[in-house]
Design a protein around this ligand. Structure first.
Ligand SMILES: N[C@@H](CCC(=O)N[C@@H](CS)C(=O)NCC(=O)O)C(=O)O
Length: 202
């Protein structure tokens, strides 16, 4: 049985969301988002940096959310969530799938560090302002791509599991501006999916 090592308010929600969408059976190891749990020897043995998500599948143990999504689609069930390699949608699918960790999450990480994780006396307003600007810039092409589309490549796909979650988090951080109407609607659409709702509220 698949086992997901999970903490709330983290990228581990992406994997739970995918498992719920695919209706795959899995076991959840729900940890606190705290150094006690994530930096324990037990969890560092699964992930050298003490991070989530990590997925166990028999003898396989794998980390990195994007890699885990690919792994589940390839080895278990793809649920039609990935276009075929020769589909005209495939390049765009790949682009948005990787745009998540490549372009959107770096400024999201900085914003979380500068507004939540660091104690107030160690926060840096300049770094925060730069990251907020960078994130808004990185989201603009996503807003454009969503013109006339419900999801990133039209139909719901695993690119939405990655980037849709990142857009939801960006919106929570106040970085989806009101003029990005496509993105606002998209975040609402993602949030209305029962599988997402379950993952984000676990
Ligand atoms: N690129 C990795 C990032 C993993 C990561 O940084 N996870 C965060 C939660 S979203 C974490 O575990 N942070 C705990 C910490 O830094 O102590 C992925 O996509 O899985």
């Amino acid at each position: 049985m698949l086992k997901l090592h999970f903490a709330p308010n983290s990228r581990a929600s992406r994997i739970m969301w995918l498992l719920e969408e695919l209706k795959l059976p899995y076991e959840l190891n729900r940890m606190d988002f705290s150094p006690q749990d994530l930096k324990s020897d037990e969890h560092r043995a699964r992930h050298p940096l003490g991070r989530v998500p990590v997925l166990d599948d028999g003898d396989v143990s794998i980390y990195e959310s994007g890699a885990i999504v690919e792994y589940i689609l390839a080895r278990h069930e793809d649920g039609g969530l990935k276009p075929k390699v020769d589909s005209p949608l495939f390049p765009e699918y790949l682009q948005w799938f990787h745009y998540c960790e490549g372009m959107v999450m770096p400024p999201v990480n900085t914003i979380v560090v500068q507004t939540i994780l660091l104690p107030p006396d160690r926060r840096d307003e300049t770094a925060l302002g730069q990251a907020q600007k960078l994130l808004t810039k990185a989201l603009a092409p996503v807003n454009e791509a969503l013109e006339g589309r419900e999801y990133l490549i039209g139909d719901f796909s695993a690119a939405d599991i990655m980037l849709g979650h990142a857009c939801f988090m960006s919106n929570r951080l106040g970085c989806v501006t009101d003029d990005m109407t496509n993105l606002k609607d998209y975040v609402a659409r993602v949030a209305a999916r029962p599988a997402f709702d379950k993952a984000i509220n676990t």
